[in-house]
Design a protein around this ligand. Sequence first.
Ligand SMILES: [Zn+2]
Ligand SMILES: [Zn+2]
Length: 320
Amino acid sequence: MKEEEIRPKAILDQYLKLSAEDGAKLDKNLFQECVCQACGGTRKETKFEKHGYTYKMCLDCHSLFCSPRPTPDQISSLYFNSPSSTFWSNVFFPSVRDARREKLFKPKAKKIANLIKEKGLAVKTVCDIGAGHGLFLEELQKEIPGLSLFAVEPDSTSAEVCRSKGIETLVSTAEDAKVWRNKFDLVLCSEVVEHVHNVKNFVSSVHSLVRSGGHYLITGLGYDGFDILTLQDKSKAVSPPHHLNFLSVEGFNKLFILLGARSVEVWTPGQLDVDIVINSGIENEFIRVLKARGDSVVREFQEFLARNQLSSHTWILVQK
Ligand SMILES: [Zn+2]
Ligand SMILES: [Zn+2]
C-alpha cells in the first residue's frame, strides 16, 4: 500500500491547510494546560510548536501531547461546524471511500477476524465507536457472518446511514453512550484516540461499554513510529487542532494498566512510515541511502519497523 492511494497529496494538503486555518481561529485564551495524556505525569518539556500549538513530551513515558489544548467545547465545534470537517466529509472521504474500503477496511476486517480466531475470543456483539457510515462493520460482517452489529456515531447524518444498513446505532460520543455499559464482547475504535480532548476519559468510556472479560481494540496514531520520530513537527500527522495526542508504546501500556485492564497488548502493524518519510521531501543521509537500495530493502525495513513496535500506526488490544 502507498500513502497516495488512501491520502492523495493534493486533497490531503488542502485539508491540512483548512485545518490550520480552523486551528488559528480558536481563542487561545481559553486553552488549558494538561498533564500527560497517557500516564498522568506532570513532568514535561516543550518539544516543538506547530501552527501556534505547543506539543510537549512527558518526561516519564515519552508520550507527545498538545498542551495547552482547546477546550471540549472548542473541539466539538470544530467537528460539527468547521470548513475542515465539512471538507473531510464532503470532499476528502468520498474521494478515497472505495480505496479505503479495499486497502484499509477489508484487510483490517480480515486481521480482526483472524485475531478473534487465534485468541479464541467469544465474540457475538461488536460495537464500533465513531463508526462513520458503517463501512468497517459491513466488512467485518462479511468475515464473521452472524455478528450483532452496533455503532456509536456522533454525527446524525452518518448515524442514519449506519441504521439504513441494519446496524443498531446510538447518536452519541463514546463518553455519552452510558446506556450501553457492560454490553459488548468487542468494542472497536479506529483513529479517534489521537483527536480527543481527554484520552483518559475517552478510553475509560470505551472500557465501560465492554462486558467483564470482553475486549476492545483501539487503533490510532502513536509517537514511537519511524515517520513521526523522524519528521517531528514536519510530520503531516502532527496536525493541530485535530491530532492532539501521540502516545508512546510505554504510554499506551501504562494508560490501560491504570484503567484496571486485565491485559494489554500493543503492536504497530503500519505499512506507510517509510513511504511517508520518503514522500516528505525531507532528506537526511539515512533516507538517501535507504532509497538508493531499492524497493525490496524499503519493504523489508518497513516490515522490521512493524514487527518491532516502531511504526506510528498502533493497535492496542485490551481485555477488561
Ligand atoms: Zn507520561
Ligand atoms: Zn485523524
